[in-house]
Ligand binder design. Structure first.
Ligand SMILES: C[S@@+](CC[C@H](N)C(=O)[O-])C[C@H]1O[C@@H](n2cnc3c(N)ncnc32)[C@H](O)[C@@H]1O
Length: 398
């Protein structure tokens, strides 16, 4: 359970006394086993701000994997979970600066300012405004992003004439995670109505049904699905003047602190055939699958499909960044056929990938009771109406 800061806590944490207290508390272990001693110590010295100090230090430690320069941030657990990862926010910032040079950008649900921190670093963006309904988060943003203009405002009441409006509605209510578009705060369709005719970028959950948004609600902008290091992070909706309808997948990877990116769009050819399995089975990045761009990706990289309806690809090599499985043999999908083939290869630990068949990988793994020593993978899928199983070497990320 996240500690909710008060305005008084934030004022303390930003004061000189608070800064020194943070330094002292950051020297403590604050682990599950040390808390029994750490909490009374911090309380005796810094009550009533002891909980805020501990929450800040623990969240800064956790934030380091997600947010750049996290050791000076004011952040609590809820805000951290909701924050956009710096690599994703920096990529969006670069794109806004490239597409709308010299723009003023207004983040109308800025929270503690994780997106704003990247926007203010860009030379291509002329001004940055942040607003939020939550005054405590705004006070934290004031510390985290002193260069932004910050307002306490409802996103559904326009408060600026910024060239680009950015929104990231909350996907949680008191009852937990929400999935319906009208349960987002602020609700997606109301945001779109409020900013109609202006450039609007809305960050949504990666599982957003963007086809339904187009077909049922007439969304005519661009859908961008972004992944970071193999995990799909978000579906982002771009709309307004200068934005063409379309779909694209943005695949970001971090290597030694450097972020690389590549993109596939629906403007590319998707002319690929289905055919026999090649040396490798390629499992495309989740952003490509969610954006419905598997065939476009296959065309670009000279791969082909096993079946026109299934997202597994095959080929004689694996494109950089993708996960590939070198095929050892094709077998039947029955438990008996799989056990026989896998036992013949001395299979022990087994990764099971499934698309197009109703198979629960965990249950199947238990039933197979493999006792060998070799780690292997098996790809279960459907080719036409028939199930097919490919026994493979363990998956490798290229
Ligand atoms: C998912 S968080 C945004 C996180 C932010 N993009 C970041 O990276 O730190 C959503 C924010 O929207 C704010 N919010 C919810 N409804 C709002 C509204 N009607 N107007 C302004 N802000 C709102 C919440 O207070 C919350 O801080």
């Amino acid at each position: 359970m996240s500690y909710s800061f008060s305005l008084d806590d934030v004022a303390f944490l930003r004061s000189r006394h608070g800064e020194k207290a943070l330094q002292t508390v950051s020297g403590l272990e604050l682990s599950a086993s040390s808390m029994i001693a750490d909490v009374p110590e911090v309380r005796s010295r810094y009550a009533p701000h002891d909980a805020a100090l501990i929450e800040t230090v623990r969240c800064r430690r956790r934030a380091a994997v997600k947010l750049r320069a996290a050791d000076d941030l004011l952040v609590n657990d809820d805000a951290l979970q909701q924050a956009t990862a710096s690599a994703v926010a920096a990529d969006r910032t670069a794109e806004i600066a490239g597409r709308f040079p010299g723009a003023v950008v207004h983040d109308v649900t800025c929270s503690i300012g994780a997106e704003l921190r990247e926007l203010v670093r860009s030379n291509g963006i002329a001004g940055v405004i942040g607003s939020d309904l939550d005054v405590v988060r705004l006070a934290m943003a004031r510390h985290n992003v002193p260069a932004a203009t910050l307002l306490n405002a409802d996103a559904l009441t326009p408060t600026s004439t910024a060239d680009v409006v950015l929104a990231d509605p909350a996907r949680r209510s008191d009852a937990g995670r929400v999935f319906r578009l009208d349960q987002l705060t602020p609700p997606l369709l109301e945001l779109m109505t409020t900013y109609s005719g202006r450039v609007l970028i809305v960050k949504c959950a990666p599982g957003l049904d963007h086809m339904m948004l187009r077909n049922r609600f007439g969304f005519d902008g661009e859908v961008q699905i972004t992944s970071l290091d193999g995990g799909v992070r978000e579906a982002c909706l771009w709309s307004g003047p200068g934005v063409e309808p379309g779909r694209r997948a943005t695949v970001l990877r971090t290597r030694g602190g450097v972020v690389t990116r590549f993109e596939i769009t629906d403007r590319e050819s998707d002319d690929v055939d289905a055919g026999d399995v090649g040396e490798w089975i390629v499992d495309p990045d989740g952003a490509i699958v969610r954006a419905g761009l598997v065939r476009h990706y296959a065309h670009r990289f000279g791969l082909w499909q096993l079946d026109p309806q299934i997202a597994y690809l095959t080929g004689d090599y694996v494109p950089a960044g993708a996960r590939g499985f070198r095929v050892v043999e094709q077998t039947g999908v029955t438990e008996k056929a799989l056990r026989k083939a896998l036992t013949a290869h001395d299979c022990g630990p087994l990764e099971i990938l499934v698309r197009g068949l109703d198979v629960d990988p965990d249950r199947l793994r238990k039933k197979l009771k493999l006792k060998g020593s070799q780690p292997m993978s098996v790809v279960l899928t459907r080719i036409g109406r028939k199930g097919a199983a490919f026994v493979c070497e363990p998956g490798v990320r290229f």
